[in-house]
Design a protein around this ligand. Structure first.
Ligand code: MN
Length: 252
């Protein structure tokens, strides 16, 4: 828990699990407490022969290193440093892929938030997601960089149709070899009692927004809620790795 401006507090928790089918967990995450906030990120690795794990880990460690040294004094600076950290992650993954044969070149999604006081800077590439939630609402903030996500954006497909689309797992943007690593960026201001949820597609491909909200509104400790979401996914077969990060400000 971190005390922010005006004695507001921010709580955070994470749950990450291999699931029941995959041999390894290629999702990576960070949850780094800062003086007046927190850096949180989820990365879902792609690539053969464990390369996904390497790529997602490299992205996350680069962010932690770059922003752990200081995030800047102004909002503009924090936004810029987050973007620079993502560009550095892209460069490092490309460099690490240089010597690899084409079939084991690696990539990763990356969804990151830098929360400072009640302001959050967001950088996002791929189909991991950021949602914001209140006591009775859940809204997806990021746009999926997937073939299907782009089609929904152009109005060519409804979210319901997308659920069963054969290309629903095909990314249109990612960090690493062959990907356009340019992140979408945005800035949010959190209200009292409001929260952020970051997740890999292990969660969002299995649970609808309504089902996620149902768990979030059960109350209880944030740690317990994150694990409850993961257990719910695993009860449906746990076909993918699942990572959930929750961040919430207090109510008053
Ligand atoms: Mn996944």
């Amino acid at each position: 828990m971190i005390k922010c401006e005006g004695m507001k507090t921010v709580q955070f928790s994470v749950a990450s699990d291999r699931g029941l089918v995959r041999a390894t967990n290629e999702d990576s995450y960070c949850l780094l407490p800062l003086e007046q906030g927190v850096l949180a990120a989820v990365a879902d690795g792609i690539g053969g022969q464990l390369q996904g794990e390497v790529a997602s880990g490299l992205a996350i460690r680069t962010l932690e290193e770059a922003l752990g040294q200081g995030v800047g004094a102004t909002s503009e600076e924090r936004g810029r440093r987050l973007e620079e950290a993502v560009a550095l992650a892209q460069a490092r993954i490309l460099r690490a892929s240089e010597d690899q044969p084409p079939q084991s070149r690696m990539g990763t999604t990356l969804t990151a938030v830098l929360v400072w006081d009640l302001e959050a800077h967001v950088a996002h590439v791929g189909d991991s997601r950021l949602y914001r939630f209140g006591s009775a609402t859940l809204r997806q903030v990021t746009r999926d960089h997937s073939v299907v996500g782009e089609m929904i954006g152009r109005g060519e497909l409804s979210p319901d149709q997308a659920e069963h689309h054969p290309q629903r797992h095909v990314l249109s943007r990612w960090l690493g070899h062959g990907g356009d690593g340019t992140p979408d960026t945005l800035r949010l201001t959190l209200g009292a009692g409001e929260g952020l949820l970051l997740c890999s597609d292990g969660l969002s491909s299995q649970l609808s927004d309504a089902e996620i909200l149902e768990v979030l509104t059960q109350g209880g400790a944030l740690d317990e809620l994150a694990w409850k979401l993961v257990r719910t996914v695993n009860r449906r077969g746990g076909s993918d790795n699942t990572t959930v990060v929750l961040i919430r400000t207090d109510r008053e």
